[in-house]
Design a protein around this ligand. Structure first.
Ligand code: SAH
Length: 225
């Protein structure tokens, strides 16, 4: 099959209209109010981050498969995680579980420099090529086990883990700046987690439970084996 050009895709699904609808009906209506989050989600072309055949569903109220047994999170989940991080432009953010690169692109659109780690090599290669093609130069994608963090680029203002593991990986806490925020789904069972927000306040660690969450597995040294 011949590859459809971006223009053809654009014409057939009118992404801008679908995006403003997504922002209104899925995000604002459910209480997302951070203007930077809403603006970034309005600007980032989510349909470029899903497999081509699923582009017509890119703005649906659901997660979608991106191959390799992984998923791109539901728009609301990406918005909520982004809002809970309390992002300010210029922050250095580490994302564990880059997948399609969509969450990283939203954070980059909010003015952050993003370091994103993906453990699956094929997905890493595909996402690297896509980010390069899109010219997203403030996202630095690495391949490896993100539960070890990224010591050479630390410390980070914010760390977001886009997969669920059995514990909070100690290296991530170590690589968090003072006044930093770490957001991670944690659960003793797979695909059944609680979203945890950890802050380092003047060296002291404070943890909040933000309710139930369902993420794919965080696999690694400080994740599921
Ligand atoms: N943020 C992504 C969500 C992808 S799903 C998006 O917007 O598309 C979570 C991803 O975490 C998967 O791609 C999975 O391969 C990856 N992952 C799981 N454990 C990991 C680890 N230890 N280090 C890095 N990536 C990991």
């Amino acid at each position: 099959m011949q590859e459809k050009g971006a223009e053809t895709r654009k014409a057939s699904i009118d992404p801008k209209r679908l995006r403003s609808r997504m922002v209104r009906e899925q995000l604002e209506a459910r209480g997302i109010s951070d203007a930077r989050v809403l603006d970034a989600m309005w600007r980032v072309p989510r349909h470029m981050f899903v497999p081509e055949g699923l582009a017509p569903h890119a703005y649906d109220d659901s997660s979608l498969p991106i191959g390799y047994g992984q998923t791109i999170s539901q728009p609301y989940t990406v918005a909520r995680m982004s809002e809970l991080l309390k992002i300010e432009p210029g922050m250095r953010v580490l994302e564990i579980g880059a997948g399609s690169g969509y969450q990283a692109a939203v954070l980059a659109a909010m003015g952050c420099t993003v370091y994103a780690i993906e453990r699956l090599r094929e997905l890493f290669i595909a996402t690297t090529a896509k980010l390069r093609k899109m010219g997203l130069r403030t996202i630095h994608l690495k391949c490896g086990d993100g539960t070890l963090g990224l010591a050479h680029a630390a410390p980070f203002h914010r760390i977001i883990v886009s997969a669920g593991g059995p514990e909070i990986p100690p290296p991530l806490v170590e690589q968090l700046r003072d006044d930093g925020i770490l957001l991670i789904p944690v659960g003793a069972r797979q695909r059944e987690q609680r979203l945890v927000r950890l802050r380092r306040i003047h060296g002291r660690i404070v943890q909040e439970d933000l309710g139930p969450a369902v993420f794919v597995d965080l696999v690694g040294n400080h994740g599921w084996r």
